[in-house]
Design a protein around this ligand. Structure first.
Ligand code: NAD
Ligand code: ZN
Length: 252
């Protein structure tokens, strides 16, 4: 272990309840590009703002076409050693909750129980009616979309059906926000992992933890605007940094 990993190990051993806050950086090793790094597929398929999605069927069709292209390119993405290390730290009780900006569902896939994952930006692996909230699986929606070329609508209420992610300009999910606030406010160790920490209100949670007396650790390849508040900055590749914690919480 290098010095920063030793310090991280010590903080994990000393804390009574840690929270992980994760961003797109934890999933890049799984082959899902992050938002801001150069060459990101997000630049070729920019996300549709919520108001534009609502504005026309044409935009909704475009949104679904883009979504299926993106889904195809990341189909088969699996949790990596970073996800597994977090999962292991959840299993042994060190981490009580994972607050994530990711929409890929890989924390759950890696074994973190769903009730301990707080998804601030929703989940791209299913869809929901914007009016009544009814959940839809993607496969049948896609089949119908490819057959009739129409934007999917709710079979119960006729409302627009959209991937269950939070688009730019869409309201944040209230329950997830409340749970994240409670978890961040109550922890004594906050691990911000793979986030540029520039998207608000999400990036406010590491700060909230710090304000409430938690120690703040930032694990990221690049500097972030919150680095000045961190008690420990671990600069490096997330998978490599966290790999030892996949095997054991207390290392020798
Ligand atoms: P971001 O793209 O803004 O920042 C990711 C950060 O992780 C960057 O600072 C980058 O330097 C760092 N990073 C990337 N790979 C790394 C690695 N292997 N090791 C160490 N550091 C690494 O991501 P964000 O802050 O999460 O915000 C992006 C927004 O876009 C989020 O709101 C999210 O909803 C969405 N998004 C989600 C996914 C996903 O679900 N996997 C992917 C892309 C974007
Ligand atoms: Zn509906």
């Amino acid at each position: 272990l290098n010095t920063a990993q030793r310090q991280l190990e010590q903080l994990l051993a000393d804390c009574s309840s840690a929270v992980a806050f994760t961003g797109a950086g934890i999933s890049t090793e799984s082959g899902i590009p992050d938002f801001r790094s150069p060459g990101s597929a997000w630049k070729r398929h920019p996300p549709m703002p919520f108001s534009d999605f609502l504005a026309s069927e044409e935009n909704r069709i475009l949104t679904w076409q883009r979504k299926f292209i993106m889904d195809d390119s990341y189909a088969g993405a699996k949790p990596n050693r970073g996800h597994r290390a977090i999962s292991r730290l959840v299993a042994d009780g060190t981490i009580g909750a994972v607050i994530t900006q990711n929409i890929d569902g890989l924390h759950q896939f890696s074994g973190v129980p769903a009730h301990q994952v707080i998804e601030l930006h929703g989940n791209g692996t299913y869809a929901a009616c914007l009016d009544c909230g009814l959940r839809y699986e993607l496969a049948p929606i896609r089949k119908k979309f490819e057959a009739d070329g129409r934007a999917p609508v709710c079979s119960t209420c006729g409302g627009p059906v959209k991937g269950a992610t939070i688009a730019f300009g869409q309201a944040m999910p209230g329950e997830a926000m409340r749970r994240a606030q409670a978890a961040a406010g109550a922890c004594d160790l906050m691990l911000a992992i793979g986030s540029s920490l520039v998207v608000y209100p999400a990036a406010g949670f590491p700060l909230l933890a710090k304000e409430n007396g938690a120690q703040l650790v930032i694990i990221n390849r690049d500097p972030t605007p919150l680095d000045e508040y961190a008690d420990l900055i671990v600069r490096g590749e997330i998978g490599a940094v966290l790999e030892p914690f996949e095997r054991a919480n207390r290392l020798n």
